[in-house]
Design a protein around this ligand. Structure first.
Ligand SMILES: [Zn+2]
Length: 260
């Protein structure tokens, strides 16, 4: 459920480990043989076999380390096979990332969870809709609070959960949804500590330009951005930007995009 392929690889590693144990030379590390077989097979599957199989089946991995424009928030997203999209979405994100870097040198676009490599309808927990290769989450941009300079680092240690709270006078969907009984709406923020939040400021300029670049892409059908940020960034005129509803979680910590 977390990696899509982990269960299959585990079965394969049990088989491989039982074959290895039959050899007498394996006796001294009998206990470690299954975890070791799992580790080797899992890494081989994740970085070699799965990308090869996914492409003809309609999903392609987003860049891991080979791009100066677009990168994962953390290698864990790729280790868990959560960085697969349809080729069209990869091309779109690459184009937008290149355009961002043209406007703001050294700016790197950072992606979060996308989709698993195989099967439409296979859920990418905990997301409600990342199950068909058409969706991806992207981070906001920030400035360093001390120097005021744009940075590529992010305040969250796992990519989500550091929310840009509504300011006075802005619509507050978090309290609206909580009042309707949707207890999960701000769950991530409540669950995880945010030790680095004070080091960053939300970069309105780059985040707004980034969202506009995404909106201008023909292939993009819609984006989810929390209503108070739409208001603050003056994005209300764009029909592609939607409120995701109280059944989801907050979208004032990341941007969700999806293909037509
Ligand atoms: Zn999403």
């Amino acid at each position: 459920m977390i990696t899509q392929i982990g269960g299959v690889v585990y079965l394969a590693s049990l088989f491989l480990a039982s074959r290895i144990r039959r050899n007498s030379w394996a006796g001294m590390f009998r206990r470690g043989v299954t975890p070791l077989a799992f580790l080797v097979l899992y890494l081989a599957a994740t970085f070699v076999l799965v990308p090869l199989l996914a492409v003809p089946l309609g999903r392609t991995p987003l860049p891991i380390r080979d791009s100066a424009y677009l990168k994962p928030f953390s290698i864990w997203i790729c280790l868990l096979n959560r960085h697969y999209v349809r080729a069209e979405l990869k091309t779109t994100l690459q184009q937008v990332a290149v355009a961002m870097q043209k406007q703001h040198p050294r700016t790197v676009t950072v992606y979060l969870d996308a989709n698993f490599p195989f099967l439409n309808g296979f859920p990418l927990i905990p997301h409600l809709s990342h199950n068909d290769g058409r969706k991806a989450d992207l981070t906001f941009f920030y400035t360093d609070r001390k120097t005021g300079k744009p940075v590529n680092d992010k305040p969250s240690w796992f990519g989500y959960g550091v929310c840009e709270e509504p300011l006075k006078g802005e619509v507050n969907t978090a309290s609206f949804c909580a009042a309707q009984g949707y207890w999960q709406y701000s769950l991530l923020k409540r669950l995880f500590p945010q030790p680095n939040k004070a080091k960053f400021n939300f970069d309105k300029t780059r985040t707004r330009q980034f969202i506009e670049l995404l909106v201008e892409e023909k292939s993009i059908e819609k984006l989810f951005v929390e209503p108070h940020l739409q208001q603050r960034l003056k994005l209300n005129a764009y029909a592609k930007i939607h409120f995701h509803g109280c059944r989801a979680v907050r979208h004032d910590d990341h941007i969700h995009v999806q293909l037509q």
